[in-house]
Structures are given as C-alpha cells and as structure tokens.
Write a protein that binds this ligand. Structure first.
Ligand code: NAD
Length: 307
C-alpha cells in the first residue's frame, strides 16, 4: 500500500509506517496538490489541519484508509468515507491527560489570579492588593461531565484535600464515581453546591449555551468556572454579566465561542479572566501519543484484515 502523510507527525510514528509501507512525507501540502496526487495512494495520514472533504475523497480513487493523528474528526467528511468504504482511524483519549493537567492549571490560576499577577509584574507593578487569592483546599469541585477527562481531573485533584462531586446523565458505571471518591449528584446539585465548576462535556444540541444567565443565577456567589471542553457550551455574553456582577469570582478558559478570540473580547480585558488559546491538548507527550496510537490502530486494522 502507498501512504501519503500530509502533515508533520511524530518521528516515531513515521518510522513505524516506513518499516511497513512506501511512505511519501509531504507535511503542509496544499489542498490543490493533495487533490492532484491523492489518486496514487491507498492511505492518507493526516492531522486536523488537512480538510478531507468530498473533493479530496472523490479524487482519491484508491483510498482505503484515512489515519488521523488526532482525537477529533471534524475535518473529515465521515459520511462520504462511509459511502466509499474508506475506514477512518484516530486516537481517542490520547490527549486526555494533557487536557486534565491543563484543567488543574486553569483552576489554580483562577483561584490565585495568575493572569492578573503576570500582567502586573510585567509592568513593574508590585501592588498586591488585587492579588489576594483563594486556596483550593476544602473547596467543593463539581465536574460537569464525567467521561475520560472529567475522571482524570478527579484523579489529579485527589491530593488537594477537596470534595469532588460530578454530574453526568450518561455515565458508564456507578462505581466509576465510588472508585474515585467522587459523589454522584444531579444537575441541580452540581450547580448549587460547587465552589468551582469544571466543564467536560461534548458540544451537542443539548449542551450548546447550557451555561447561561439562568444557570449562573443558581450557582453560589463567588463560584469559579473552568472550561477546557468546547467554547459553545458557555454563553459568553451571559458569562461576562455574571463575572462583572461578582456572581462569578473568576474564570479559566481554554476554549471559546469564536476562535481565535476577537481583540475586543472582554475575556482579554477582565482582571478575573485566566485564558489560554486552545492549548490544553498541546504537549510533546500528547503529540507523540496521538501519532503513535493512530498509526498502531491503523496497523492493527490492516493486520486483522490480512489474517
Ligand atoms: P468523553 O466522551 O469521554 O466524556 C464526555 C462526557 O460528557 C460523557 O461521559 C458524557 O456522558 C457526558 N455528557 C454528555 N452530555 C452531557 C450533559 N448534557 N451533561 C453532562 N454530561 C454530559 O469526552 P472527553 O474525552 O472527556 O472530552 C470532554 C470534552 O473535552 C469534549 O468536549 C472534547 O471535545 C473536549 N476536549 C478539549 C480539548 C482541548 O484542547 N481543550 C482536547 C480534547 C478534548
């Protein structure tokens, strides 16, 4: 089989591929070039930056596999792949640890006003009046969505002396909660009891704008909101109002309704805003995991087919 790699992948995964196949490595190839040469390949190895739409798939007459070194598959026309019998392979969960660690980072940053502190020290301002933070110890932390990342966050927080509660209407097993010393609560419970709410749900019709003025109004005064899931889950206009009113103490966000953030966004100006540019999953380790896991998943699939 002939393999075309369209974006930079980890060397280890490239070496694995080269041991078995003839590989053409063309990181950053333009769509135009891709469409013109894809007919010669059986396998496309991509990352999320390569759109694999109907045009690419129609041109790829020999394609049998799309190997995406990623977790999300938003850039691939999955329905068209299904119609054409092309298998799509990725690496679910390979960046979950990176996101969970980043969630804890945003939590601590939001408790201790790290963003404001950095801005101040950069200006030579040592006035600490606005920098009196809060401790995480003894706080009630609500994990909204208790899948892979929510559970990893629970694991990581277990040494901080916090009380963990979680809400998930579709959890796998009840003992997932017990095993991690997390109390299972309903939606009202997580909203009203949490000192910090950390969001770990997918963006769906049900979850879009789920965090809005109505929900914020039912939260404790001084609650902290953390979101490393998807921006559309939170209504940012409503978030701004609750932050400015003091209902929300501070926020830690990695994802936004519109990315990249507009220069005018309140999130860049508010003193209680601790934000990062959608980098929760970006670590050297997760890059390696994503690439090696996807390629190994692909080889497994090929070997099963051959046997
Ligand atoms: P997962 O599928 O393992 O877990 C999601 C959980 O949310 C599931 O247990 C599901 O039952 C629950 N859920 C669904 N609808 C819900 C609702 N209405 N209320 C409460 N819970 C609900 O996914 P995951 O790997 O834990 O990822 C969680 C989120 O993190 C996803 O949105 C994913 O896109 C995002 N993510 C972000 C980054 C980043 O770079 N910031 C990287 C990876 C994943």
């Amino acid at each position: 089989m002939r393999v075309l790699v369209t974006w930079e992948i980890h060397q280890e995964s490239l070496d694995i591929l080269k041991k078995r196949f003839k590989v053409d490595y063309k990181p950053g190839i333009s769509k135009k070039e891709l469409v013109s040469i894809v007919k010669s390949y059986d396998v496309l190895v991509i990352r999320t930056y390569t759109p694999v739409d109907k045009i690419v798939l129609d041109a790829g007459k020999r394609l049998k596999y799309i190997v995406s070194c990623s977790v999300g598959l938003d850039n691939i026309d999955i329905d068209e792949c299904d119609k054409k019998g092309i298998s799509v392979i990725n690496a679910p969960g390979s960046n979950a640890n990176a996101v969970a660690e980043h969630t804890v980072l945003l939590m601590l940053s939001s408790l201790r006003n790290i963003s404001l502190a950095t801005k101040k020290i950069n200006k030579g301002d040592w006035n600490k009046k606005e920098l009196i933070g809060k401790e995480i110890q003894k706080k009630i932390i609500g994990l909204f969505g208790f899948g892979k990342i929510g559970r990893l966050v629970a694991e990581k927080l277990s040494g901080f002396g916090v009380k963990l509660i979680a809400y998930d209407p579709y959890p796998p097993q009840i003992d997932v909660f017990k095993g991690l010393n997390v109390e299972k609560v309903d939606k009202e419970g997580i909203i009203s009891k949490s000192d910090i709410i950390s969001v770990h749900v997918p963006l769906t019709k049900e979850t879009r704008y789920m965090f809005n003025s109505e929900m914020f109004s039912k939260m404790k005064k001084g609650v902290i909101i953390i979101n490393t899931s998807r921006g559309g889950v939170i209504n940012e206009k409503d978030l701004e109002k609750s932050l400015v009113s003091g209902k929300i103490y501070s926020i830690g966000l990695d994802v936004f309704e519109n990315e990249p953030l507009q220069k005018e966004s309140f999130l860049l100006k508010n003193k209680k805003s601790n934000i990062t540019p959608h980098i929760a999953a970006l670590t050297q380790e997760s890059f390696r995991n994503m690439c090696v896991m996807s390629v190994n998943n692909f080889l497994e699939r090929v070997d099963i087919k051959l046997s």
